[in-house]
Design a protein around this ligand. Structure first.
Ligand SMILES: NC(=O)C1=CN([C@@H]2O[C@H](COP(=O)(O)OP(=O)(O)OC[C@H]3O[C@@H](n4cnc5c(N)ncnc54)[C@H](OP(=O)(O)O)[C@@H]3O)[C@@H](O)[C@H]2O)C=CC1
Ligand SMILES: O=C(O)CCC(=O)C(=O)O
Length: 418
């Protein structure tokens, strides 16, 4: 089997959408590749006095619609190619949501579970120092992604602010509320996944989540918040997983209890409760459910998995969990997929609200944030439905066509000088 390449995957999907949406080829070439790719080497003193040099990246795909925007990932398999794909998805996502941002992504090749908190802090500060010339509230605004969180953003913010001699809250989003973060940002991506699910179910005549069977892969920021909100809205969360494996309960899991267990530092392989059995990652993906939410990493639903799926809907919490080969099989099998660049846009939408609050020196109530999130996602879903009507295509193609049109329209009116 051919090795999965995330950047090749996103470029292939863009090509398909460009053909289907009759996108101007000349302009399309401009956004196929990122505007800037940066690689940095980060020397960090370990707690035992040794020095390790880590590789870090920041890829800035497009800033035609506004400042570059996108998270920072810490993962042992992270490389420049993955970050290029993630940065491209950010440009497309911000265009679908119609928020005034371009796309970027950053990362460090590191397994953060092998570092102490002090080592992680030093690594984050060194990374921020290295990319400082590239970022800023009106240039490029990082946020959390896999294995980074509000604490990481606090370190980025503090390092950047020290270098600028003043507090610069707008340089990052997803920071702690006490340092200018927005209420509702921590749960926003998961909340958006639930909103996306409700929107597609409604289109198919299902008006409530009551008893809808959901399986969620990944119990991090996105997966855990989505699972908890699904439970609060009376869905039946039958399966959950983390890197150690999955758990299954036909009558429904208590996502709050599972989250609390994980927050104590345990792994799901050690979770015990009545009626709960342990399953593999593949068993989770292929379990009998209405809605499958992949919320871990890329390349989880490949052609082989796609043939075995037993869900009716896939709502992509993760970026790039489904390969282009699997997409074709899902269409053939009549499984409806709600694509990442719409389904997980709740995070960057609330990041946008956070940035607006920072610029205006205001703080919004949580209810205002959540209402505005729902409003923006509902409007954007309406545009996908319109495009589907016009082009008779999948939700993925509709989202890419909407995004490409917006990006290329902005390129076109700007002109190409110099
Ligand atoms: N954070 C955000 O706001 C946004 C995130 N995303 C995307 O959502 C996805 C998840 O991000 P996020 O929740 O922030 O990351 P986290 O680091 O918070 O969580 C990742 C989760 O995935 C689990 N995981 C890792 N590898 C596997 C695997 N092979 N099989 C099953 N589970 C696995 C991890 O398990 P363990 O904890 O045991 O390692 C963890 O539960 C990513 O694709 C990210 O790009 C998209 C939009 C916004
Ligand atoms: O909140 C943000 O700015 C970006 C979050 C992110 O990295 C993503 O949507 O993939």
């Amino acid at each position: 089997m051919k090795k999965y390449d995330p950047f090749e995957n996103v470029q292939t999907v863009m090509e398909q959408a460009a053909i289907l949406g009759k996108i101007d080829r000349r302009m399309f070439e401009i956004i196929k590749n990122p505007q800037r790719e940066t690689k940095v080497y980060l020397p960090v003193e370990m707690d035992d006095g040794s020095i390790r040099v880590f590789e870090g990246y920041r890829v800035q795909h497009s800033n035609i619609r506004g400042p570059f925007k996108g998270g920072i990932r810490y993962h042992q398999n992270c490389d420049l190619n993955e970050i290029k794909a993630l940065a491209t998805w950010m440009s497309l996502k911000c265009a679908v949501a119609n928020i005034p941002y371009g796309g970027a992504k950053g990362g460090i090749q590191v397994d953060p579970s092998t570092l102490s908190k002090r080592e992680l802090c030093r690594l984050t500060r060194r990374y921020t120092y290295a990319i400082e010339p590239l970022i800023g509230a009106d240039k490029d605004i990082p946020a959390p992604d896999v294995n980074t969180n509000a604490q990481t953003m606090a370190w980025v913010l503090d390092t950047y602010s020290m270098l600028h001699g003043k507090p610069c809250p707008g340089v990052v989003t997803g920071k702690p509320v006490e340092l200018g973060g927005s209420r509702g940002r921590a749960s926003a991506t998961g909340r958006g996944v639930v909103i996306a699910t409700q929107l597609v179910l409604k289109t198919n005549g299902v008006d409530s989540l009551d008893g809808v069977k959901v399986a969620v892969q990944g119990m991090g920021n996105v997966g855990a918040n989505a699972a908890r909100i699904f439970c609060h809205r009376n869905a039946c969360v039958v399966a959950l997983s983390d890197v150690s494996g999955g758990i299954y309960c036909e009558s429904g899991l208590d996502a709050d209890a599972v989250s609390a267990f994980l927050e104590e530092g345990h792994l799901l392989k050690d979770y015990q409760a009545e009626g709960v059995s342990h399953i593999s990652n593949t068993e989770l993906l292929t379990c009998d459910c209405d809605v499958l939410v992949p919320a871990a990493l890329e390349n989880q639903i490949n052609a082989e998995v796609a043939e075995q799926l037993r869900c009716r809907y896939i709502v992509e919490g993760a970026n790039g969990p489904t390969t282009v080969e699997a997409d074709a099989i899902l269409e053939q099998r009549g499984i409806t997929l709600i694509p990442d660049i719409f389904a997980n846009s709740g995070g960057v939408i609330v990041s946008y609200f956070e940035w607006v609050q920072n610029i205006q020196e205001l703080t919004w109530e949580r209810s205002q944030v959540n209402e505005m999130l729902e409003k923006l996602m509902t409007a954007s879903f309406g545009e996908l439905l319109e495009e589907r009507k016009k082009t008779a295509c999948s939700y993925r193609m509709a989202a890419y066509i909407v995004a490409l049109r917006r990006l290329l329209y902005a390129e076109d009116i700007k002109g190409l000088f110099p």
